[in-house]
Design a binder for this molecule. Sequence first.
Ligand code: GLU
Length: 415
Amino acid sequence: MTTRTPLDEARDQLSSAVKTLGYEQGIYDMLAAPRREMTVSIPLRRDDGRVELVTGHRVQHNLTRGPAKGGLRFSPDVDLDEVRALAMWMTWKCALVDVPYGGAKGGIRIDPRLYSQSELERVTRRYTSEIMPIIGPEKDIPAPDIGTDEQTMAWMMDTYSASQGHTVLGVVTGKPVSLGGSLGRASATSRGVTIVALEALAALGEEPSESTAAVQGFGKVGRGAARFLAQAGVAVTAVSDQYGAIMNPDGLDIASVEAFVDETGSVVGHPGSYAIDGPSILTLRCTVLVPAAVEGVLNADNAARVQAQIVVEGANGPTTASADRILQAHGVMVVPDILANAGGVIVSYFEWVQANQAYWWSESEVEQRLADRMKSAWDDVTLYARDHFLSLRDAATCLAVQRVADAHVLRGLYP
Ligand code: GLU
């Protein structure tokens, strides 16, 4: 059996939406292929003087509704098909929450843990300069993703600005607040995940205070999601990171897990918990499971063993198409990634709007606008799912594909 890539999964989702919507094959063909992609070789000078060649990609999946938008990932697993899938999901995500962007993604095939800060700075700056012709506040706006952070964005903004001869704050989002970033951006994805998790609990008639959650991944998305879910009264009984998973059936003290991670670099060994096998976090008995790490973790091998009532996809593409079918057959509600983790790009949009106007909003204003958009996207998706007898994923993908296809038809074909 050939292994399926995230791109196969993304194309399957698109194909099923195109069928449901009754569109012709031409629409599928147009939306299955990226509009533009660039692969660059980056010569990286290591601190010891050696030169290493690193590969980077930037894929712009769609530009119909506005400039392309999406994160930049540093990971040894990056490959072009993965970046293509992630770029396609960004198109749907931006359309679903109605921010005026197309979708893009970037990736550099590098394990950032093995490089010094100055090496990471050099690789970031050279990558930015290589993809310079296709990025810009009106063209394509990168943001952080796995392995990158606000410092990466500061270097990208500086490199782009140096080439233009003036500061261009709108070229990337997820920048440090002191350098044109938005208040509330860092926590936005986790807040969004929590908002839809609470909506999903309410839809099933479950009280947060009587619910439990397991969160896979303790990075930019999972860590905040665990904190906000705990603050909402949910007992977060298990969390994990790349080193392993920990559990406490009475609920972990998330503030103390966070302090432990800041001190040691991992959740493993936290004194108020016991260790469990990493992947088993996905099959624990809990109300809400939040996969907030990488693609494809819920698949045909483990989907039938998932005991959660609700899966809230903090990561992009954590559930394969075959796992989706199994979860649906078992009555598990899956809140799809393009809805569940859209909080990040929503506040990226707010950051870009603020930067372009050089006028900054308060944190509470950002959070209120984020909550409004997440809730209205939740309402749109659940209503569409109910009216058309679809899963939340199919409903979300159909709504998004429809918005992109409508824009495409209205613009017409050039020449
Ligand atoms: N990397 C994030 C995502 O996958 C954020 C993208 C952005 O803000 O542009 O949604």
